[in-house]
Design a protein around this ligand. Structure first.
Ligand code: PEP
Length: 248
């Protein structure tokens, strides 16, 4: 794989999975590995945050758009900061579907995370029907524009993007490296209309059924800078082999 100027990143999204034993096994594997040329982030469910040690970067799977107060069931960015959380996944298709998170709500959460100086991992991605009806790029552009309109392009220097085609999440139906590259290049070109430098430097992850046996080829694409990993992040060996594919 050609060496990229952007630092590669792999984030594991455990979703509502895992237990204390997995925290322990994952830390053992990651602490023993030599992954110094990249960033590795684990996004566990909230109860497990305090069980991780400092060798692992932590990310949250969600955050409240509010600072504090009467919002039952929510967790604030300031609470996350107390547990050394550095990243927050926002706009994941499961939250858009299960919790009716609109582009506007996602944009307000991105703003909240940036205000606290944490890094949003902003997910965009299309359902299969959109890819089939030929409106893929309009769909992705609209998701990006909602956030661009709210925080401005300059803030994208503090954002990580993840392209996650919904039809590839948890299905075993990975986007081909060419399909991933095409959308990543589109995202970079869309941002370049407003700022060339930010477009060239932003880290864009691919997510959707990444496994140990397809990570290398996906990550070798010019505009793919690592991955957002769901299912395979629950298996320390698989997750480590995906990280190793990005650690160039
Ligand atoms: C995800 O949940 O963000 C994801 C990409 O899941 P999976 O790797 O299981 O497709």
């Amino acid at each position: 794989m050609q060496t990229k100027s952007r630092r590669q990143l792999v984030a594991g999204n455990w979703k509502m999975n895992g237990d204390k034993a997995l925290v322990e096994q994952m830390q053992k594997h990651l602490n023993a590995a030599n992954l110094e040329n990249m960033d590795v982030v684990i996004c566990p469910p909230f109860p497990y945050f305090s069980l991780f040690n400092s060798a692992v970067k932590l990310g949250s799977q969600n955050i409240s758009q509010f600072d504090s107060g009467a919002h039952t069931g929510e967790v604030s960015v300031s609470m996350l900061k107390e547990f050394d959380c550095e990243y927050v996944i926002l706009g994941h298709s499961e939250r858009r579907a299960d919790n009716f998170e609109s582009d506007e709500l996602v944009a307000s959460k991105v703003e909240q995370v940036l205000k606290a100086e944490l890094t949003p991992i902003l997910c965009v991605g299309e359902p299969e029907s959109v890819r089939e009806n030929g409106t893929l790029f309009d769909y992705i552009a609209a998701q990006l524009d909602a956030v661009l309109g709210r925080v401005g392009v300059s803030q994208f220097s503090n954002i990580v993007l993840a392209y996650e085609p919904i039809w590839a999440i948890g299905t075993g139906k990975t986007a081909s490296p060419a399909q991933a590259q095409e959308v990543h290049a589109f995202i970079r070109a869309h941002l370049a209309k407003q700022d060339d430098n930010i477009a060239a430097n932003i880290v864009i992850l691919y997510g959707g059924s990444v496994k140990g046996n397809n990570a290398q080829e996906l990550f070798s694409q010019a505009d793919v800078d690592g991955g957002l990993i769901g299912g395979a992040s629950l298996n320390p060996e698989d997750f480590l082999s995906i990280c190793q594919a990005a650690n160039q």
